[in-house]
Design a protein around this ligand. Structure first.
Ligand code: CDT
Length: 311
């Protein structure tokens, strides 16, 4: 049986502070319509898809912060997206800020099957940035202030005929992210991102370098785990703060097979044959035969660097 999934990467242009969830969902529905016209099976949207990237704003009032979070999913604003996707038999993944019933805040993404049912949830593990206002930075990145580190690990799910996993933005910079899913046989990793075009602590690191790093880490993660990776941006300037776009679909050889050309709402499409993951998993990246866990202890027992003793 064919295991080719036609994947749509639903890149989104900027969403400003004043934009409503309803207006954003209308844009997501437009992308879904395009995906339907192109016969996609599955559409991936960005991190924090429903709002502006609010962690760039320093807030002190809990009510002001919580206004960016969703208390239920589907919410009133997102229900039309769930319903339309189920009607079209298209699976979805998108990110949002999650406020749980017992008051926890997470940067979350979900996996929705072709029946419109949420079958997977991931909460961002590697939160970048800082928790207090930093006057030294050109702009703020306050994810550590507004979110707790994810508490669900890196699970994978059997859905859409394959083994799927999720991660979010900064997670893609960490090889551990891909490997933990690789060790569960992942065949397709989907992720959304909001990556500023300039390093707030190093002005000379601009969009070209940032796009280079983005491609480097996603291509490496795909190749080293013989998996497809679909990475989808929210790009363009949100209230004057530019972010890279550059959404990509990468095959298990680490090659880019589709890439966004604009910084706006744009659908990229690729046929992803999940069986193309098998060769790498059975040869050079046959983990069971080749991994040497007796030498990897530091990976899980240590966070910071421990330098060798001075001679
Ligand atoms: N959203 C997100 O995780 N952005 C980070 C920015 C890192 S710089 C603080 C990223 O990895 O793109």
């Amino acid at each position: 049986m064919s295991r080719v999934l036609r994947i749509g990467g639903g890149q989104m242009g900027p969403t400003h502070k004043a934009d409503s969830r309803q207006a954003v969902v209308r844009r997501m529905l437009d992308l879904l319509d395009q995906a339907k016209a192109q016969k996609c099976d599955f559409v991936v949207y960005p991190e924090l898809a429903l709002t502006t990237f609010f962690p760039r704003w320093y807030m002190t009032e809990p009510a002001e912060v919580d206004a960016w979070f969703e208390r239920e999913m589907p919410s009133a604003a997102t229900r039309p997206l769930f319903e339309q996707a189920a009607h079209d038999r298209i699976g979805l993944s998108f990110g949002y800020a999650e406020l749980t019933a017992d008051g926890h805040h997470f940067n979350t993404s979900i996996l929705i099957d072709r029946d419109g049912k949420i079958v997977g949830k991931y909460r961002k593990v590697h939160l970048p940035g800082h928790s207090e206002f930093d006057p030294e930075r050109a702009f703020q990145h306050l994810e550590k202030r507004y979110f707790e580190p994810g508490d669900l690990g890196f699970p994978v799910w059997r859905t859409m005929g394959g083994i799927l996993g999720m991660c979010i933005c900064n997670d893609r910079r960490w090889p551990e992210t891909y490997r933990v899913m690789g060790l569960q046989g992942v065949e397709l990793i989907v992720l959304g991102y909001n990556t500023p075009s300039v390093n707030s602590q190093k002005a000379e690191e601009g969009p070209e370098k940032r796009l280079f790093h983005h491609r480097l880490m996603v291509q490496a993660g795909a190749y080293q785990n013989s998996t497809w990776v679909v990475a989808v941006a929210k790009g363009g300037a949100e209230d004057g703060f530019p972010m890279i776009a550059g959404s990509i679909i990468v095959n298990p050889d680490g090659e880019i097979v589709a890439e966004a050309k604009t910084e706006h709402d744009e659908l990229i499409v690729a046929d992803c044959d999940l069986d193309a993951t098998i060769f790498g998993k059975e040869t050079i990246f046959d983990f069971k035969r080749h991994r040497r866990v007796e030498h990897y202890g530091r990976i899980t027992s240590q966070t910071g660097v421990i330098l060798p003793p001075q001679s």
